[in-house]
Design a protein around this ligand. Structure first.
Ligand code: SAM
Length: 313
């Protein structure tokens, strides 16, 4: 590990493109972070980690963050986190090889296609070693259409090839930096509710579930083979109630369904006991360019209005 520490000079950032990546929301989240996290040690918990945009930002900016716990139901994603944490050099060497091979056929469209679909097939067999499986996960993420992660009912990854010229597949510096940052992170794979038992006295949760779709057609909710429907949103609210009763602070993001239909009070009713803020957010991944524009999102928190924040509003 020492060797890795010396080499890791970069600041860790998400190693994946991921739908719902939260980079644009950081500014708004910062405004509602409780001031205590700059003063005393705390545990940070992210039950729906995805690409970890907020996780890495927290790890880089809050030295009092003593321990983090991350979780996701996507076992292939979590395997990738675990491999980067435990064996960054091996995954770098596999990715470097993929990158050299892929770049060498950059001008030969048919060969590139064949290469991509062969790798996708291999990934879907899920019978290679964990480190190769993790490298395949990153390779597909970097070369597929729009960085999407979409699986069918049998958990078969089915995104077509993207059209990038020499995409960066092996970002060695960042993988080393991520590996180092993950040394104080406990990595779990399962349902969001399992994270409750990892909370300590001072814990802050950031919850970024699959968003409630704004319409049937805009439904992009298939990160995992099981759908996150309204009943799941309600189960999540119940979980937030539990966290609140135990005295843990939480911040949750979701789509603003009211922006689409003024009479849709789904989240306003569900979280009526808590503070709901409507903020501007631009989606980084949206298949439909019309919808990449000015959307509102919800930031909901169990903190009070009297709370002091990290940054003055
Ligand atoms: C909106 S994404 C999170 C985006 C992430 N915060 C980011 O910045 O990229 C939602 C994540 O929740 C995961 N997920 C879906 N259902 C879940 C469940 N029941 N428990 C835990 N994670 C779940 C998905 O696999 C997906 O990675």
């Amino acid at each position: 590990m020492n060797n890795i520490k010396n080499k890791a000079k970069e600041i860790a950032k998400p190693f994946l493109k991921w739908a719902g990546g939260k980079t644009q929301l950081i500014n708004e989240i910062e405004k509602i972070l409780p001031i205590e996290i700059t003063k005393s040690k705390f545990t940070y918990i992210e039950p729906f980690v995805g690409s970890g945009a907020i996780l890495f930002w927290m790890l880089n900016n809050f030295p009092k963050l003593e321990k983090a716990v991350i979780n996701d139901i996507n076992a292939d994603l979590i395997n990738t986190y675990k491999i980067i944490a435990s064996n960054p050099k091996e995954i770098i060497s596999i990715l470097q090889n993929f990158q050299d091979e892929y770049h060498s056929i950059d001008n030969r469209e048919e060969e590139k296609k064949e290469y991509y679909y062969k790798k996708r097939k291999l990934y879907n067999l899920r019978n290679t070693e964990n480190s190769t499986q993790a490298a395949l996960f990153i390779f597909l993420n970097r070369t597929c259409f729009n960085g999407l992660y979409r699986v069918n009912k049998n958990n078969g990854y089915n995104v077509p090839m993207g059209s990038y010229k020499k995409p960066m597949i092996c970002d060695a510096g960042n993988i080393l930096a991520v590996s180092e940052a993950l040394q104080k992170v406990e990595i779990l794979c399962g349902d969001f509710e399992t994270t409750l038992s990892y909370a300590k006295n001072k814990s802050l949760f950031y919850l970024d579930p699959p968003y409630k779709p704004l319409s049937e057609t805009s439904s992009f909710n298939s990160y995992a083979k099981d759908e996150f429907n309204d009943n799941e949103q309600i189960r999540l609210r119940d979980y937030c109630n539990k966290l609140d009763l135990r005295g843990y602070k939480w911040i949750l993001s979701n789509s603003d369904v009211k922006g689409k239909d003024i009479n849709d009070n789904f989240f306003d009713d569900l979280y009526s006991e808590f503070k709901i803020k409507r903020v501007d957010a631009r989606r980084s991944i949206n298949v439909n360019p019309d919808k990449r524009g000015a959307l509102k999102e919800l930031l909901i928190t169990n903190q009070t209005y009297k709370q002091e924040y990290v940054r003055a509003i």
